[in-house]
Design a protein around this ligand. Sequence first.
Ligand code: AMP
Ligand code: MG
Length: 407
Amino acid sequence: MLTVDEALRAVMERVSPLPARRVPLARALGLVLAEEIRADLDLPPFDKALVDGYAVRSEDLIGPGPHRLTIGEEILAGRTPTFPVFHGQAAVIMTGAPIPEGADAVVMVEETRRENGEVIVERSVSPGQFRLERGREMKAGDVLLRPGAILSPARLGLLASVGCVSPLVVRRPIMSIVPTGDELVAPDKRPGPGQIRNSNAAMLCALALESGVEATEHPIAPDDPDPLRRILDGASDSDILLITGGVSAGNRDLVPEVLESLGVVRVFHKVRVRPGKPIWFGVSPPRPDGASGLVFGLPGNPVSGAVGFHLFVRPALARLAGRDAVALKPVRGPLRAGFVHRGERPTYHPAVRDEDGAIETLAWAGSSDLRTVADAEGFAIFPAGDRQYVAGESIEFLPITPPGNWF
Ligand code: AMP
Ligand code: MG
């Protein structure tokens, strides 16, 4: 059985970034840029006023004043000046408007008063005051973003400011989720005898969304080879197919054999981890575009599925999307209270951290107990082997907070 690290390596060896394509800005949030972006114009494109007031020649306003200037034209944002400002003159100017020739500074309207058609300024004005020079933010041809940049809101605005309305980006992964199990009913139904609600699909769709991917949720597949094969076949054109349930050792755990009958090549089945041991991973046959889909069979128990997602699916999605730092990184901290670990597999135990970084394990009923995970901030990691941990001992903690700056 592979260790978590070995299994992660086996997954990542089979993942490469998806091809690039152009998408409209409104669809590009969180995607990875696949081209260099340069400024097409100087920005600002002209010397512009930073406040509402008067465009002046600073040499006319040396010393405390009062200085009297005659008032010329009014320049609104979006207009261009028609006259220069000569000695002894001021032009009325609004924020964002071009500063006329001759003027080299702007006086705030709040620091002026008007008298007999003149403007009076009772202070000195320094050259360049409240003026943003042409090209101060960027010059035409400047490199603004390089391939690999993650498109944040500010970067999308930057692209718009240089006229790039459909950037070339690594394509967003396409994911399908197929829940399996004869016992499952939709969450809006009341389970009958022996039935439970399908909670995995909702959780996995949300985990996918946190990773920037809108997953398609397929109908619940029964534990019956023919319909299961049809449903899995119908979902096989995704970049990542997540199946939940049907991968353990039960009589009706048919997912591995059905996947293999569809030509999906198994890479591993079972990982030394608790919860989540029965996880299955394989690669589907290449599609016409040459790419192969990744197929994960996650165990049906919700916490097993969550652990499998965080450890293996999330990094795979990140690499498909062209990101560099992919695997979740555990942090270290002291245990708040003693803990007894038993078992031959490392355990991912739901836990929270207090303000001082101390790790508190939560009372947890095992792999089906999603309620505890709903209160958790991550998982305390206990290595394989029976051992009594004492309060204060340093252990690893895997935070499961949303991946930063995805969107
Ligand atoms: P399996 O991996 O199919 O053996 O399922 C393991 C356990 O997880 C069983 O108790 C299932 O009822 C439960 N389970 C399977 N699929 C789901 C699901 N989609 N939502 C919630 N529980 C599930
Ligand atoms: Mg099942």
